[in-house]
Each structure stands twice: as C-alpha cells, then as structure tokens.
Design a protein around this ligand. Structure first.
Ligand SMILES: [Zn+2]
Ligand SMILES: [Zn+2]
Ligand SMILES: [Zn+2]
Length: 169
C-alpha cells in the first residue's frame, strides 16, 4: 500500500528545525507570580527555562553583578513560529493529501475494507440502524491505509453526510 507517504515526510524538516538542544543558556532572573526572585538558565534560542537554580549557586556565579531578566516572551514566540510553520506546510501539502486520499478511496484495498465493514454490520447502517449501509466511515484516521476493522463503521449515505456536516438537522 503506497498511500499516505506525503504527510509522514512533510513535517520532518520543521521537527528538526525546532528540536532545540539548548546549547546556549544564560543565567537569568525571573520574578515569579508571588514576587519572589528565582534564577534559571534560559535557553537563548527557544526560551526553555530548565530547572530552577539555587540562589546561592546563582549569586556565586554572578559575583555581585545583576542577572539579566528572564524573557517570558521567548518560549511562546518560539512555539508560535513552530505552529505557523506547521500551518504553512499543511496548506502546501493539502491538495496532494486530498488527491492521495481520493485515490485511496477508489482503490481495490479500500473496496475490500469497505465491503468487509458493511458485511460485519449485516448490511445495515450502524448509525441510524435503519437504512442499508453502502459506505464505510473512518472512526479514526490514525491508521489510514492500514485500518483495523474497528477503525471503520458501516454507514448509509445520509448518515455519512450528516457525520461530515453536509446536512443541517
Ligand atoms: Zn533551546
Ligand atoms: Zn444511517
Ligand atoms: Zn466518513
């Protein structure tokens, strides 16, 4: 089954770019909610705080000088950039993903799985338990292309469209 290879590779570059090893940390002072000062070695790239540093350890390292302020914006900005990269990538691959999915839905392996789901339900829609089932609905897309029987339910076309929000009740 060659299907669904696009998505797997698409986000690898983002994961690699945002897998920070925290190689540059700087001792910084963070005033926590109740006003107490706390020291952290903040990653200057991604903003990761790591564990709190004991005050004694911090003071002896600072040797009387002031620690720079902890940057509370750094980490949210980092994850916002990562999120934006995911969204941009998703929009880029969306047409290819949809084409891949449509091709799967008209493939022999899918027909067998769909027919097996319908047979398991004795040909009756598992949603309304009334109309004949003619389709199979993905309860989860987790194993798309390699579905377990329990990932699918037999369904009639009316209930199927309802599930996917094409009807308003
Ligand atoms: Zn980092
Ligand atoms: Zn139905
Ligand atoms: Zn469906």
């Amino acid at each position: 089954m060659p299907a669904f290879t696009i998505k797997r590779g698409a986000y690898a570059a983002i994961e690699a770019e945002f897998a920070c090893a925290h190689t540059t940390r700087e001792l910084r002072l963070r005033i926590i909610e109740d006003g107490r000062p706390a020291f952290y070695r903040q990653c200057t790239r991604c903003g990761n705080a790591g564990r709190a540093i004991g005050r004694g350890e911090a003071r002896s390292e600072l040797k009387g000088s002031e620690a720079p302020d902890f940057d509370t914006e750094l980490e949210p900005r980092w994850y916002a950039r990562k999120h934006a990269a995911y969204v941009a990538t998703y929009h880029g691959i969306k047409p290819a993903l949809e084409a891949e999915y449509q091709a799967y839905l008209s493939s022999q392996p899918w027909y067998f799985k769909r027919d097996a789901a319908i047979q398991n339900a004795n040909g009756v829609c598992e949603c309304c338990e009334y109309f004949p089932a003619t389709q199979a609905h993905h309860i989860t897309y987790e194993r798309i292309g390699h579905e377990l029987p329990s990932d699918l339910m037999a369904i009639c076309s009316f209930c199927h469209e309802l599930i996917h929000g094409k009807h308003a009740l």
